[in-house]
Design a binder for this molecule. Structure first.
Ligand SMILES: Cc1cc2nc3c(=O)[nH]c(=O)nc-3n(C[C@H](O)[C@H](O)[C@H](O)COP(=O)(O)OP(=O)(O)OC[C@H]3O[C@@H](n4cnc5c(N)ncnc54)[C@H](O)[C@@H]3O)c2cc1C
Length: 231
């Protein structure tokens, strides 16, 4: 591909032996809710957590630019595309209830989590990993209030379990985002939200927003003294 710094064969070599789907020059517009974005030099959908971690580790070691993509509901890629490896988490969908806690892999769709007792997050597209990094939420609450710990791939190449108190959650952001840490999975408290039901929140959203049209949700930051009406 013209303008891309690496030979496509290097992508196949980089990902050799890793279970997952590899696509060269995949148009990113197919993977974003804005439906915008040119091709990625290489697009990888790992099927296992270990392949996700290994792909990032290899890209880091070779100095190849990489980007972790969740549901693509809060990203805007340029028409030129991404000159490196895009690793999509959508193949990592295991959700393991374990007594008072749930472990969700990064690619679990947020609506699946909502159906397990987190109605306050109803209507937010994307994945659990993206939601934690962005501290996604609605007027009824943000995901951070359910998070016990986040498993990340550290800059040292090792997996770390970061307790929620050290994740630096703030309004639609986190320390994980600022430090560019890949989220592998999230440990959540298996409690049921009080407040409006998911059905009610979805109805409010349908009544007030053009659901289904290309977008990334809110574009402007809400002023601190005027919380959002819905999302
Ligand atoms: C119609 C619509 C409505 C929306 N409503 C809301 C709302 O009510 N409230 C709200 O908070 N947001 C809302 N959003 C925005 C968006 O859905 C959230 O920010 C969502 O949490 C993004 O998750 P994602 O998986 O799609 O992340 P992506 O868009 O794929 O990625 C967003 C960022 O997170 C990073 N990222 C994703 N996964 C990982 C991972 N596993 N590890 C490390 N980094 C990762 C990406 O690199 C990128 O920087 C809306 C968007 C749309 C399109």
């Amino acid at each position: 591909m013209e303008g891309f710094p690496y030979d496509p064969r290097d992508a196949l070599r980089l990902l050799r032996g890793l279970p997952g789907d590899v696509r060269l020059h995949e148009p990113l517009c197919r993977h974003t809710t804005f439906r915008i974005g040119g091709p990625a030099w290489c697009f990888f959908v790992p099927r296992e957590r270990s392949a996700f971690v290994e792909a990032i580790s290899r890209a880091r070691a070779e100095g190849i630019p990489w980007f972790v993509l969740g549901g693509g509901s809060n990203v805007l890629f340029p028409d030129e595309g991404f000159p490196g490896l895009v690793i999509a988490t959508k193949g990592l969908r295991s959700l393991e209830p374990d007594g008072p806690r749930i472990f969700a892999e990064a690619g679990v769709p947020l609506p699946v989590l909502v159906s397990r007792g987190f109605p306050a997050l109803a209507g937010i597209p994307g994945t659990v990993g993206g939601a934690v990094v962005m501290n996604a939420g609605t007027r009824e609450g943000s995901i951070s209030r359910h998070v016990l710990a986040v498993e990340v791939l550290g800059h040292d190449g090792l997996l770390h379990r970061i307790p929620a108190a050290e994740c630096g959650f703030s309004y639609r952001s986190s320390r994980l985002k600022r430090l560019h840490l890949p989220v592998v999975g999230v440990e959540l408290a298996a409690s049921v939200d009080e407040g409006p039901s998911a059905t009610e929140l979805l109805r409010r959203r349908r009544d007030s927003q053009p659901v289904g049209l290309p977008s990334a949700g809110c574009v402007f930051r809400n002023p601190p003294d005027a919380p959002p009406r819905v999302g």
